[in-house]
Design a protein around this ligand. Structure first.
Ligand code: NAP
Length: 257
């Protein structure tokens, strides 16, 4: 049975990759590509349309994949999930709790899967950082992304900070904050972890988690060199949501990590 996939944000950088990746899978087909300001264009030979609700009625997708913007994603997921369509959400910049109510209201068996990062290496980075934090509680995160990213800090940095916070027993004092000469020099604090966001052309998605201890540091670094790094995770999620239900968060849930 072919899995029928609709893609919102299909004309964007990630959406375009998703259309390509889904089209390359033997058991999947892109049945709708939605991107309101780019209706009438084509992506990988698929015609882009403007309205998700109309697209669902016309193409009866099994799964929606959303890589859009923080302002658009919640409404898109509500439209799809309430229509009985499983959702795979990659858009960052909205709290995961925004999907709680939608997942509850959706028909029985519908899954809303949300992952701040679909790259296996990034998921492992978070896992290793969580492990290291048990033994090295002094830690800061530096995340680096392309200069058109809509949100800061990245969803991956937020999730990493939360996982570190779960793992370490005490939050060490952050020396230097009281001597901040220029506002923001010491970064943002997320779940007690300092996070620094770098935005530059030429970057894709990168993160360093730097632990400091007596006479030593440990750096865990992940680099997504291009957007294809996210596609095996997206394809796995498309297959997995068919047999899951309710709100599921994080690729680690699907990988058994
Ligand atoms: P992008 O190039 O700006 O693409 C977003 C696309 O969505 C644009 O074409 C945009 O159109 C379109 N859009 C806006 N509102 C829409 C709506 N209501 N319905 C359908 N399409 C809509 O951004 P990107 O780099 O692909 O990133 C998209 C999202 O994915 C971001 O939140 C980013 O942080 C996230 N991301 C997640 C992962 C992960 O692994 N989870 C990895 C990379 C990126 P306009 O340009 O006309 O507004």
């Amino acid at each position: 049975m072919m899995i029928r996939v609709a893609v919102t944000g299909a004309y964007g950088k990630m959406g375009r990759e998703v259309v390509r990746a889904v089209a390359a899978e033997p058991d999947m087909a892109v049945v709708a590509a939605i991107d309101p300001l780019h209706a009438g264009e084509t992506v990988e030979g698929v015609r882009v349309t403007a309205d998700l609700k109309d697209a669902i009625t016309a193409s009866a997708p099994d799964v929606l994949v959303d890589f859009t913007r923080p302002e658009a994603v919640v409404q898109n997921v509500r439209t799809a999930a309430l229509a009985g369509v499983d959702c795979v959400v990659g858009t960052t910049g909205v709290p995961v709790e925004s999907f709680d109510e939608i997942a509850t209201q959706a028909p029985e068996g519908v899954c809303v899967f949300v992952a701040p990062n679909f790259a296996i290496g990034a998921v492992l980075m978070m896992r290793f950082a969580q492990e290291a934090a048990r033994f090295m509680p002094h830690v800061e995160i530096v995340e680096l992304h392309h200069d058109r990213k809509a949100d800061a800090p990245s969803g991956t940095a937020l999730r990493t900070a939360e996982r570190i916070a779960q793992a370490r027993s005490a939050v060490p004092a952050a020396p230097g904050r009281e001597t901040e000469v220029a506002d923001g020099a010491r970064g943002a604090v997320v779940a007690g972890v300092t996070v620094h966001s770098v935005r530059l052309p030429g970057l894709v998605a990168h993160q360093e988690v730097i632990f400091g201890g007596q006479g030593q540091t440990l750096t865990i670094r992940h680099d997504s060199i291009d957007r294809t790094s996210f596609m095996p995770g997206v394809v796995l999620a498309i297959r997995s949501v068919r047999s899951r239900s309710g709100l599921v968060v994080g690729l680690e849930e699907l990988l058994g990590l």
